[in-house]
Ligand binder design. Sequence first.
Ligand code: FAD
Length: 305
Amino acid sequence: MKDFDVAIIGGGPAGLSAAIYTARAGLKTVVLERGGAGGQMATTTAIENYPGVYPVTGPELAEKMASQARAFGAEIAEFSEVTAVDFGAEMKIVRTADEEYRACAVIIALGAIEKKLGAQGEAEFRGKGVSYCATCDGPLFKGKKLIVVGGGNSALEEAHFLSRFASSVTIVHRRNEFRAENAVVEKIKKEPKITLSMNTVVESIYGKVKVQGVRLVDVQSGAKTDVPADGVFIYVGWTPNTKLFEGKLELDQNGYIKTDGSMHSSIPGVLAAGDVTTIQWKQIAVAVGLGVSAGLAAQKYIEGM
Ligand SMILES: Cc1cc2nc3c(=O)[nH]c(=O)nc-3n(C[C@H](O)[C@H](O)[C@H](O)COP(=O)(O)OP(=O)(O)OC[C@H]3O[C@@H](n4cnc5c(N)ncnc54)[C@H](O)[C@@H]3O)c2cc1C
């Protein structure tokens, strides 16, 4: 059993930012990360929208945040997957396969994973034209032909955003009606660069080095059409990494952790930050801000214990 003031689960931008604050405040801090430090941020080549460091690659920014946390004394336990938690007592328990950690406060920063379409070529062309984040990658597609897959608010809002850069945007949706709110649908219909492909699914994404097009299938007739495209943006939902907390913490209907304004979950001393919470924007700067708030709130909580 190892004792800490603060145990942070997840070593992405939210977890590392929380660690910088708690460790710098003199609290004994451990970050438990199932992979290498950096989270999703570390998987992308160019980050153009994180303030103050431009240009920067994902791995560079991840290393800067991790080394800053270590410089203030945080222990970052990489390749330590958290498999169980016990929040029943004042001292919280967090378990990995080979260690048990006890802490006064726990910060959950496990992120979320985008749902995949399951189309052929989707994984192969990820980062080579396939994206799940218009805010991140949209400006890289100036003057290009784009496909957006999905029928909810996010898909339509992002299609509208992408039409600022792209020469054309085709929204592909498997039903004949959108799930998105009416106002959003009307906005889309007024945008001349956007066309709709209803009752259609993406069967495959093809290309050589990068995406060159998609094969669409009409779900009613079965007819197949090849549509040339430079990018495919997929918006079919997200799954937060919260399985461990089902029945233990209050989650919303989609499984995200509910927090109050200072990032406290439904259990005192258990906080959450970043993409795992109910925030709207999945962005590094947002995750960092929430991680900082959780770090500060953990300090206050421990002071009051
Ligand atoms: C390809 C790509 C490009 C992106 N580009 C940009 C961009 O340009 N700009 C921008 O602002 N945002 C970008 N984003 C979004 C941004 O990376 C995320 O919003 C941000 O990383 C969320 O931070 P987080 O700390 O909340 O979660 P994450 O970064 O997801 O970190 C969560 C961490 O928890 C770990 N974890 C999960 N389960 C466990 C467990 N059981 N035990 C231990 N550890 C666990 C994961 O391994 C992960 O490291 C991009 C995302 C992707 C995927």
